[in-house]
Design a protein around this ligand. Structure first.
Ligand code: ZN
Length: 302
């Protein structure tokens, strides 16, 4: 019997990445055994969930379903609203019970977490943090979020992390107010894709490498990284998302500013090698749906 024989593979499960503009549903046991992958546009909850159910109805034999959803979501299993999207500003989607609806229909274990935790679990199982039980994934795109994994499990208690809304130390002389409707100049309000457009008038992919705004963006991201490091958990931080794609010059800036922010206080073997501590993802757009498979496997394992 070889390592790739069906008997030794994890069970076939269904994973759903529920994104703000599109959903990806994946059937398989892992990246080497993807049996189907379907994209569904995110429109209204009724339309989108019906389309996803039509896909799941067509598939058979999945042992569990994992859902990695845009949020905020309720991830507290003891809460009455577990498995729901809660207070999202996305029209029509607030208070949508995603996981309970699928659990009632399919009667299999359901794993449910944020999209960024899904990406963290995907990169941890199959990508840039493979082999590490303690790691973090930060997305810098339309929004900024962090998924923290400790001992192989997502860190969550009352709710999930919201470190994108941390208010960072500002660069001296920079008093731009930021665009977060709640906090103004939080990390997301300063360094997300929409923040970069608001500040410079230019989308991130078109902003020249030498534009001074990049150092301000990197500084805010580095402050969030410093906070993530100071949790004491991650042995590596993977940073993905639309702003990081095509801007490899951001990584050295973020590493340097993270080093400056930590100021030598923490000394670990991992932090001594920032080039391998703050890294780009390996799975690209597959991190979310593969992470949803991991959520399904975790639900199956109880
Ligand atoms: Zn904010």
């Amino acid at each position: 019997m070889t390592a790739s024989s069906p008997a030794s593979r994890p069970p076939v499960v269904a994973g759903i990445e529920l994104g703000g503009t599109k959903c990806i549903a994946m059937l398989g046991s892992g990246p080497d055994d993807i049996q189907d992958e379907v994209r569904v546009p995110t429109t209204t909850p009724g339309e989108t969930l019906a389309a996803l159910e039509a896909v799941l109805d067509r598939w058979s034999g999945f042992a569990a379903v994992g859902i990695a959803s845009f949020g905020p979501v309720s991830v507290d299993r003891a809460a009455s609203d577990w498995g729901s999207i809660t207070t999202t500003p996305k029209p029509g989607w607030a208070d949508t019970p995603i996981a309970p609806q699928l659990a009632a229909r399919y009667r299999v274990p359901i794993g449910f977490h944020t999209d960024v935790v899904g990406a963290a679990l995907g990169e941890g199982a199959y990508g840039a943090a493979m082999g590490l039980a303690d790691h973090a994934y930060m997305t810098v795109g339309t929004g900024i979020g962090v998924g923290l994994v400790a001992g192989g499990a997502p860190v969550a208690g009352m709710t999930h992390q919201e470190l994108g809304h941390l208010r960072p130390v500002r660069v001296k002389g920079d008093d731009w107010p930021g665009i977060c409707p709640f906090h103004g100049a939080c990390v997301e309000g300063l360094a997300s894709g929409p923040a970069i457009v608001a500040r410079t008038g230019t989308p991130a992919p078109d902003l020249p490498v030498d534009d001074p705004a990049w150092d301000l963006v990197a500084h805010a991201i580095a402050q969030a990284c410093a906070a993530v490091v100071l949790t004491g958990v991650p042995r590596r931080i993977v940073i993905g998302g639309g702003v990081m794609v095509g801007t490899p010059h951001l990584f050295p800036r973020v590493r340097r500013m993270l080093h400056d922010s930590l100021a030598g206080y923490l000394v670990t073997a991992e932090l001594a090698e920032l080039d391998s501590y703050v890294v780009p993802p390996r799975l690209g757009g597959q991190a979310g749906p593969l992470g949803a498979l991991v959520l399904a496997h975790r639900a199956l394992a109880g």
